[in-house]
Ligand binder design. Sequence first.
Ligand code: PLP
Length: 421
Amino acid sequence: MPELAIFGGVKTRPVPYPVWPVHDERDIEAVTAVVKSGRWGGYPYPGPQTAKFIEQFVALQGGNYGVAVTNGTVTMEVALRAAGIGWGDEVIVPAYTFQATAAAPMAAGAIPVIVDVDPETYCIDPHAIEAAITPRTKAIIPVHLGAHMADMDAIMDIAQRHNLIVIEDCAHAHGSKWRGMGAGTIGDFGSFSMQSSKIMTSGEGGLLLVKSQEMAYRAMSIMDCGRPHDPEGAMYTMGANYRMSELHAALLNVAIERFPAQVRQREDMGNYMDEAMSEVQGVRMLKRDERHTTRSFYRYIFAIDPDRFGGATHDIICAALHYEGIPCWQGYDAMHRYDLFQPQLSNLPVPGAFPQYFEFDKMRLPEAERACLREAVWLDESVFRDGYQGVDDAVAAVKKIQARFAADPSVVEKIREAMEQ
Ligand SMILES: Cc1ncc(COP(=O)(O)O)c(C=O)c1O
C-alpha cells in the first residue's frame, strides 16, 4: 500500500492545480480603458460598464431587474430593506452557510432564525423552515450551497402560504438552474457575490436580482445613498453608498464572456466526478436533484463516513488531502458555533434587544453539526479546471487515504495528535 504524502510518501498530485481567478489581455485592456476614461466610480449610478454588466447578467441568469453593488452581503441587506423588513422581524436562515447570510438580516435590524439543513443536500430543510415560522417571520434566505440548490419548490410553497419574502443566497450558484429557471429568479430576490473566490469574480462585487419593479427602484435608492431611481423621482429612502465601481464592472464584463464555457466544463467534469467518487468506499454523495437542471460548481461537496476512514473526521482527511496535493476544505462551521458569527462579541442592537435568539449553547442543529464537525469535504473547483486528470487525481487521493486509514486506524491518531500540537 503506498505511503501517504503526509508521512513522506509520494504525492498523488505533484503538479499544482490551476489558479483562480483566471485573466488574460482582455482584463488588462478593460481595466486600462476605464482608467483612461476617468470614470472610475459608481456615481452617477449606473455607469456604462455597470449598466452593461447588469444587462448581460440578467440575460445570462434570467430575472427581471438587476442592481449592482459592492458585495454579496449588502445585496441581502438591501433586499430585506427594500422589502420593508427590519427591526424585530424574523428571517429564517440555514445553519450551514457563510456568516453573511445571517449578518445581513442583523444589519437590517432583523433577527436571523437559524434552522437545520437537509442532510442529503446540506441546503436549508423546508420542514425546519415550516417549524420555525411565527407571526414575526417575514422572510426566508435559502442558500444554494457548493454545487447544490435548496428545494425551491417546497420553499416557494411555504412562502406563498405564509406570505413571506424569499431571498435566494446565490453566492455559490451563478449559472445554476432549477427546472430551467435561473437561481435567484425564483424567489423575490437573488443575491450574487463576485468576491475573489466566486465562480464569476471581479475581486469584490455583488449583484441583486429583483422580481418586482417597485422593489428594484427601492433597492437602487437604498444602495445609492437614498437617491430616487423611480421614473417620477419621488422614491427617496434612507440609503448608503453600496455602488459597484466601474473598474469592477469592467472586469465582470470580461468574466461573463468566459463564463458559459466554464459552466459547461465544470458540469462535464462534475458528472465525471459523480461517477468516479460514488465508487469510493466510505464516501456518501450528496443527492443530485433532477429538478436542478444546470449545476454550477463553486465547490464539490461530499460526505465521508468516519467509521470507514479508520475513525478520521473530515478535518484529518482534508489535512491528508492537502499533502496529496488536492486543494480542499472541511467547510464552514455550523452558524451557531461559527467564530465569525458571534454577535455578542460586539455591541450590536439586535442581539442586545433579542438575546433569546442568540443562546447558541442551547441550539441543537444535528444535521449541520454532523456536516461541520465530522463529515463534509469541500473540494476546490480548480480540480475541474484541469479536466479529467484533475478529477482523477482528486478521486485517487481520496481512495488512497481511505484505504490507508481503514487498514491502520493508528495513523489517524498520529495525524490528530500532530494537528493538536
Ligand atoms: C453563501 C455565501 N453568502 C454570502 C456571501 C457573501 O459574499 P461577499 O463576500 O461578496 O459579501 C458569501 C461569500 O463569501 C457566501 O459564501
